[in-house]
Design a protein around this ligand. Structure first.
Ligand SMILES: Cc1cc2nc3c(=O)[nH]c(=O)nc-3n(C[C@H](O)[C@H](O)[C@H](O)COP(=O)(O)OP(=O)(O)OC[C@H]3O[C@@H](n4cnc5c(N)ncnc54)[C@H](O)[C@@H]3O)c2cc1C
Length: 387
């Protein structure tokens, strides 16, 4: 398949593969052990232009499609790397691209595309609101030419490695006329300029190396010109980006799934017990065959969702199903892989346990499996709403 700018998916894949091959299993094991940010990897991706895939050429990006961005993320995961260190830039800048003013786009997008600025942090989730985003308590109060923001975010990943953060805050109380989804606004917060008394980032220790944080915001002054789009419409702007995010996450899961199958089948052929390769036992081979079939099916749904999205058709159901099926498939593959490795699956040096932990996240974040099922039940099957 050829892209709009004449690059085939195969060329994209081999370009990303070549870059990823410079970052060995040892590299990823080491950053995981040190809970360090894979700075060299993210810089290399940025320099190669992969992170600017979705930024239009007129702003210095590559102007690729969602299918192509998905191929990039899939190949990163398939190589054994972890795109979570940088994938958010692809989703977040969509809000700026779709809803930002011409001045904001001119100001920020070329710098993001060139790597001069990183837009990697997305401050939506709050401790007391959970998945019910309309209940967030972070407030932004208009004060002349600025907003003054106070509140707390949780799970704001990469906030310490980002120059900019897209922040969702309430600018007006929910009212009966507009409903609870109205009154939220999106802001581009320049983290470089935020004084520590006004914005404090506290890392959270997690089971994976994800560089995620709590962010405490106390009377942070943000210029009104950094509000993206109209006041009060932020919830819809975030929702707008969800289909793209679901498709990209599905691609990451598919990449993970293929990594597990590659490793597991190799091990199943090589490891000899009871005088024969363990892969000749159907108890070992069949779970891998199942997982492979699930990954391929999820891949078809992800491609279908991307096609609908790119042709401007409704893609919410398909994008959600792609994410659901792909996250499930990668988790099945992870389990089949660790079973194939037996005890060795628990040894750090084989990387299976690291990828196993990493792929588990996709059942929970950026959206939980239950929320996807609720979306399908309510919006596709027209069952009564649960919330
Ligand atoms: C490592 C990591 C990185 C993250 N990065 C970011 C980030 O960069 N930016 C950001 O804003 N957020 C981020 N998140 C937050 C993530 O999006 C949320 O954790 C996720 O959406 C789930 O929300 P919650 O943890 O508040 O769960 P809760 O809302 O507390 O829900 C807990 C459980 O209850 C279930 N549940 C809740 N309500 C219902 C219902 N009505 N029906 C059925 N089940 C229900 C959920 O499915 C979930 O399993 C990250 C999370 C993690 C763990």
């Amino acid at each position: 398949m050829s892209t709009g700018i004449g690059v085939t998916h195969e060329e994209l894949r081999s370009g990303v593969r070549e870059l990823c091959s410079r970052f060995s299993d040892e590299y990823w094991r080491d950053v995981d052990r040190r809970e360090a940010y894979p700075e060299e990897f993210v810089s290399a991706l940025t320099e190669a232009g992969w992170l600017a895939a979705l930024i239009p050429e007129s702003y210095g990006g590559s102007g690729l499609s969602i299918s192509e961005a998905a191929v990039i993320l899939e190949e990163i995961q398939r190589s054994g790397a972890n795109a979570a260190a940088c994938h958010a830039q692809m989703y977040i800048m969509g809000t700026l691209l779709r809803h930002g003013s011409d001045e904001q786009k001119q100001e920020w997008l070329p710098k993001i595309a060139s790597g001069q600025l990183r837009l990697q942090a997305f401050g939506v989730t709050e401790p007391d609101a959970g998945l019910d985003t309309t209940q967030i308590r972070t407030r932004a109060r208009r004060d002349g030419e600025s907003y003054v923001i106070s509140g707390q975010k949780i799970w704001t990943s990469r906030a310490r490695q980002s120059d900019l953060m897209l922040l969702l805050a309430r600018t007006s109380a929910p009212d009966e006329e507009h409903g609870r989804t109205f009154g939220l606004s999106t802001f581009l917060v320049d983290l470089r300029e935020a004084p520590e008394e006004q914005l404090r980032i506290v890392p959270i220790e997690t089971m994976i190396n994800h560089n995620t944080n709590e962010v405490f915001i106390d009377e942070l002054v943000v210029p009104a010109e950094n509000r993206i789009g109209e006041e009060g419409m932020g919830f819809w702007y975030i929702l707008d980006g969800m289909n793209a995010e679901r498709i990209l996450i599905a691609a990451e899961c598919i990449g993970d799934g293929r990594w597990f199958i590659d490793r597991a089948t190799r091990h199943a052929r090589d490891r000899v017990v009871f005088g024969r390769p363990i892969g000749s036992n159907q108890g070992v081979a069949f779970p891998l065959a199942w997982a492979h079939a699930r990954i391929e099916a999820a891949d078809l749904m992800r491609r279908h969702a991307a096609e609908l999205y790119e042709s401007g058709q409704k893609a919410a159901a398909e994008a959600n199903m792609a994410k659901l099926l792909a996250a499930d498939a990668s988790w099945q593959a992870a389990n089949a892989c660790i079973d194939t490795y037996g005890g060795l699956g628990f040894a750090r040096e084989y990387d299976v346990e690291r990828k196993f932990r990493e792929t588990r996240l996709y059942q929970v974040a950026p959206v939980s499996t239950n929320m996807v099922l609720a979306f399908l039940a309510q919006n596709v099957l027209k069952l009564p709403r649960s919330y």
